[in-house]
Write a protein that binds this ligand. Structure first.
Ligand code: NAD
Length: 255
């Protein structure tokens, strides 16, 4: 793998952020200029330089990856977008109308790109490309109770309704739903279902979309690795970041 000089900052050096950093270093995929985390030890453990993204000194990066949480994203996104492209993973933040409006305004003014990663699922490109011809989108997620911070003994439907409300009530658990809403029909026309299932040991997402003459469904299941994140997501996040940093030809890139 050739390094092509892309300069990257990582906000949040937990499960996803640390994996991205380790893999990028291992493959010499891009240059990580800084790490940001409220827990400095996590930045130090990766050998990265700590910085506060609200510090007025220029960020000096092409891309900032956020893997810290929706509140952290809301705090730093306007500053980041005034100087760099952004790859956010805490997508439930975008269900906040004011935040989403501000982020898009800043991005427009500075010509920055907000990348929408597929994260824990796949197929967002297909959904996005179908958005003018589909009329219904439903996302159903089932998780073991401990991944939801619960101790249910029986299967419980915790939520069924519009995705905007699901994001407000379960900001750490429905990033997939936010991604589907952003790629497809929006937060108010996407239906979310969230289930706590003690009989299951995987994080399962089923995405169904329909329109006149077209219908598709997609299921992905991944074992919880730590906290809210399944085994697939950290590597998916790294590969997405790497794809964004490739600027020279010489290989194949799925689009
Ligand atoms: N888009 C998706 O498909 C998807 C999938 C899984 C997780 N996520 C989301 O991605 C984010 C990261 O997930 P994770 O599993 O790596 O979480 P994690 O808890 O393992 O790591 C989060 C890190 O961010 C740090 N942090 C917290 N608040 C911060 C702040 N204000 N500023 C800087 N650092 C801060 C924490 O100390 C921690 O190191 C979460 O919001 C999670 O919900 C998204």
């Amino acid at each position: 793998m050739r390094t092509d000089g892309a300069r990257v900052g990582i906000i949040g050096c937990g499960t996803i952020g640390a994996h991205i950093a380790r893999r990028a270093i291992e493959e010499d995929a891009f240059r990580i200029v800084f790490g940001a985390d409220i827990d400095q030890a996590r930045v130090d453990a990766l050998g990265l330089t700590l910085r506060d993204c609200l510090d007025p000194a220029p960020l000096g990066v092409d891309l900032v990856i956020e893997a810290a949480g929706p509140e952290a994203l809301k705090r730093v996104a306007p500053r980041v977008l005034s100087e760099a492209n952004l790859l956010p993973f805490s997508l439930t933040a975008s269900a906040d109308v004011e935040f989403n409006k501000t982020a898009l305004e800043v991005a427009r003014a500075s010509a920055a790109i907000i990348y929408l990663p597929h994260g824990a699922i796949a197929g967002l490109d297909g959904l996005h490309d179908a958005r003018s011809i589909i009329t219904e989108v439903r996302v159903s997620t089932s998780k073991p109770p401990r991944s939801l911070g619960r101790d249910d003994r029986r299967r419980q439907v915790l939520f069924e309704g519009i995705t905007r409300e699901a994001c407000r009530r379960f900001p750490r658990n429905v990033n997939v739903h936010a991604a589907v809403a952003l790629a497809g029909l929006g937060f108010d026309r996407t239906v979310s279902v969230l289930v706590s299932d003690p009989a299951s040991d995987v994080l399962e997402h089923i995405i169904e979309a329909k329109g006149p003459g077209v219908e598709f469904s997609f299921r992905i299941a991944s074992r919880p690795q730590a906290g809210v994140t399944g085994v697939y997501t950290p590597e998916s996040a790294y590969q997405t970041a790497k794809r964004l940093c490739v600027r020279r030809g010489g290989g194949m890139v799925p689009v």
